[in-house]
Every structure is written in C-alpha cells, then in structure tokens.
Design a protein around this ligand. Structure first.
Ligand code: UD1
Length: 422
C-alpha cells in the first residue's frame, strides 16, 4: 500500500481548488436508479469511492461513463438487470447502502448486503430499515443481507427519526419520491449534501419541500426523468485545506469555498484567533505569526461542527496554545488518530467520547499509520508543521476521500510525496 511522506516546516502560499463533495456524489449517483432517463453529474470528485459506487451501479445493470477525466459522470438506468447489492462491493464502502431506497422504489424489491466502510463505530442500519418500513416495505435480515419487498409499491407515510442520520434521510427521501401519496420525514438530517440531493431530484421531477430543515415533505410522483446537476462543493475537503495554513503557517485561498458550508467550523477558527476572509473566488485563511489558541469542539449533526473535520481539527489543536477538549458525539470510536498524533509528540488523553489536547510548541515527524479516511489526512496535516519527516503508512483510505492530495498541497509549497507500496 502507498505511503505519503511529508517534510514539515514550510509555510504555505497559494490557491487550492476544492472538489465536488464525495458525500453528495455518493448519494446523487444512486439517484439514477429512480429513473429510466440519463442523469448527468458535473463537478464529481476523482476518488476511489466514486469508482466503487460506479462498480456497484454497473453490477445492477446501470450504465456509468466517466468523462472529462472523471469530473463528469453520465449515468443511465434504463435497463436494470439485478436488485442485489453484493457483499464484495458493499463491504468496501458504507454509502453502498444508498441503493436500497431507490431500488425498492423503482423495482419493488431489493437485496442489499450490510455495509462496511471506515472502522469508526458500529454504524447500524436500523434507521434506514424503520424509515422504509414506514413507507410500507417489509424488510428482513438473512445471511448478512437486508431483503426488502414493497408489495404493491411503496406508499407515503410519516417517518420519525430518533436521530438525524444522513444516510437514512437520503434513502428515505429517494424512496419517497416514487411512493404513492405524501411522505413526511421528521427529524431529518439537514446536511448540505441532502439539500443537493433534493435539488437534483427536483430537477428530475420530484416534489420535495423542506430540505435543509428538520421536516421534509415529499409528494410522490409516478415517474422521474433525466437531469443535469452540478455536485455541491466538498465542505470537508474545504475545511481540511483551510486548516493547512493554520498548522503550517502562511496563506491559502480555497477556491469554490463558501462560508455557508462551514459556518460552525469557521466560528471555531475565529475563536482560535485565525483569520478567514471571503474572496471573489472562495475563502482565504492566513496565519503569519502567533500560534492558534486552544478551543473546545463538540461534533454534532449539521449545522453543528462536523465529525468529519474532528481529526483534522485535533491535528491543529496539537500545537495550539492551551488545552482543548474535543467531544465526539456522532461516532463512538473516532479518536484512532490520537495515538498516532501522540507518536509525533502530541499530548492527548482520550476518555470515552472526550479527548483532551494539551498544545505543545512543535510536533516531531514519525512513521504513523492511517486508520480511517479523516484520520489519514489529519496525520498529513500534522506532518506539515512537524520537525523532520512524517511517513503516513497505509493511505488506502485517503484515496477514498481526497483527490490528488499530494498535488494540491504540493502546489501551495508543502514538501509532500507519495511512495508506491508493494
Ligand atoms: C454520513 C457521511 C459520513 C459522516 C456521517 C455523519 C456519507 C457517504 N457519509 O455517513 O462521512 O461522517 O454522515 O455526518 O454521506 N446510525 C444508527 N442507525 C442507522 C444509521 C446511523 O444508529 O440506521 C448512527 C451511526 O452509527 C452513527 C450516527 O447514526 O453513530 C451517524 O450516522 P449517519 O448520519 O447515518 O452517517 P452516514 O450516513 O453513515
């Protein structure tokens, strides 16, 4: 497996273009299953997770072509020939479960393996199941697969989520577009990727109101058509690269960035004494002197601080002035980067869902192991300011979520290279 080597100590300067959101693309792609007409997605990120979703959709009989070096995906599901999402593909990526709602809505039945993905917690499927059951589906678990049937088709219903799950809201929303009658989703997730999905579904002919709030209402329609849709900016990649100059020093402009995507995150940067300015093209972050100050962070569903930026924020707080407490409320096992950061000289104590970070003057380069997607990039960020060389091993997860990370950081002056593994 490849490794990334970072030599710390160089301040950054320049622009980084932020890609389309992985998590939006991974829910927009399965939306093709709802229609016989083509769906064209522009601004799709070039990531291995997108390839995995492509393979999954193709295994169901959809046609998927990547154009313009992967930045455009043309999807067509006029001739589906399977309704089974196989374990061999699903185990690689939890977002594979997003074919369940659309398949059930279009074909009336689906068999979907329980997913895999990052090892950051239990991540069950109960919310997806109860949501689809509220729309009249019968679902049972047999041999590691969810077997779902909607006799006579899905019917509108009321879904009351006990927790605002992103994936379950997306599955419910897609399923409801073709269900007969009205569906109300209460305690819906409000992430920008859900609004992006709803925008695309509306272009396809769906009738949806309330996305971006906790109550979404959908009037089912008989059929959906084709559409062309631009994938929203990746707010997690945006936040990640906004932290790079805070950690390494210097100034980086993130092209395509918008404040509305990262408000709670920017609030924490302000508290830490970091300057963020809106420019004509995006967001600019600068640090030319003092260390950032310690801040306390609690992860929450949108619009709260995103769990997907917690590891990167921790990397920054390792060299902040003072003591910070990070509370992880979304996933129960998401501090695996902490012991790796400690190998680099960080002072961190983890107690259950809390991590206490005592800021140190400087980190030191070390060989470290990437354990999950966001942990991988947090170690690269930490390496940008560490003395000497940091070797991040096992970067397989990184390529799932960050396109060309070494080129993007290299272009703003970071000393970073990829070394091919055996
Ligand atoms: C999505 C994102 C992921 C992000 C997460 C939270 C994609 C492809 N992935 O993941 O990057 O970290 O949102 O912002 O968009 N849960 C249940 N039962 C369920 C479903 C979820 O208990 O049926 C729990 C999970 O175990 C977890 C929490 O809910 O503790 C959040 O999960 P959810 O919002 O569903 O995240 P994902 O959609 O998997």
């Amino acid at each position: 497996m490849d490794s990334i080597i970072v030599k710390g100590g160089t301040p950054l300067k320049g622009k980084i273009r932020i890609a389309g959101a992985k998590n939006a693309a991974l829910t927009l792609m399965p939306a093709t299953l709802l229609s016989e007409e083509p769906l064209t997605l522009t601004n799709t990120p070039r990531l291995s997770d997108i390839k995995t979703m492509t393979l999954l959709l193709q295994s169901l009989g959809a046609e998927v072509s990547a154009l313009h070096d992967g930045k455009v995906q043309v999807l067509s599901s006029h001739g589906l020939n399977s309704t089974t999402a196989d374990y061999e593909i699903v185990r690689k990526m939890r977002a594979s479960n997003l074919v369940l709602g659309p398949l059930l809505a279009r074909e009336g039945h689906a068999v979907v393996s329980l997913p895999g993905g990052c090892a950051i917690g239990a991540r069950p499927m109960d919310l997806h199941v109860t949501a689809l059951e509220a729309l009249g589906a019968e679902i049972e678990l047999k041999d590691g697969y969810l077997h779902a049937v909607a006799r006579g088709g899905l019917k509108g219903g009321t879904i009351d989520f006990r927790f605002a799950s992103v994936g379950a809201t997306e599955n419910a929303l897609m399923a409801a577009t073709l269900a007969k009658g009205t569906t109300v989703i209460n305690n819906a997730a409000r992430e920008p990727e859900i609004v992006d999905l709803a925008d695309c579904l509306r272009k396809m002919g769906a009738q949806i109101e309330g996305d971006g709030t906790t109550r979404i209402e959908v009037q089912g329609v008989d059929r959906l058509g084709g559409a062309t849709h631009q994938v929203v900016t990746d707010r997690i990649e945006l936040g990640t690269y906004m932290l790079a100059p805070v950690i390494a020093g210097g100034e980086v402009e993130c092209i395509g960035g918008r404040l509305s995507l990262v408000e709670s995150f920017v609030e924490k940067l302000h508290q830490a004494g970091v300057e963020v300015t809106e420019t004509a093209e995006g967001l600019k972050v600068a640090r030319n002197g003092d260390r950032p100050r310690a801040v306390d962070v609690t992860t929450e569903p949108f619009p709260g601080f995103p769990t997907d930026l917690q590891a990167q924020m921790m990397a920054m707080l390792c060299t902040a002035e003072g003591t910070s407490v990070l509370e992880e409320k979304i996933f129960e096992n998401r501090f695996m980067h902490a012991p790796e950061l400690v190998r680099m000289g960080a002072s961190i104590e983890v107690h259950g869902g809390h991590a206490t970070v005592h800021g140190v003057d400087r980190l030191k380069g070390a060989p470290v192991m990437a354990t999950d997607l966001r942990a991988s990039v947090s170690l690269i960020l930490a390496g940008l300011a560490a003395e000497g060389e940091t070797r991040v091993n096992r970067v397989y997860h990184l390529d799932r979520g960050y396109e060309h990370v070494e080129e993007k950081l290299g272009a703003v002056g970071a000393q970073i290279e990829r070394v091919a593994g055996e």
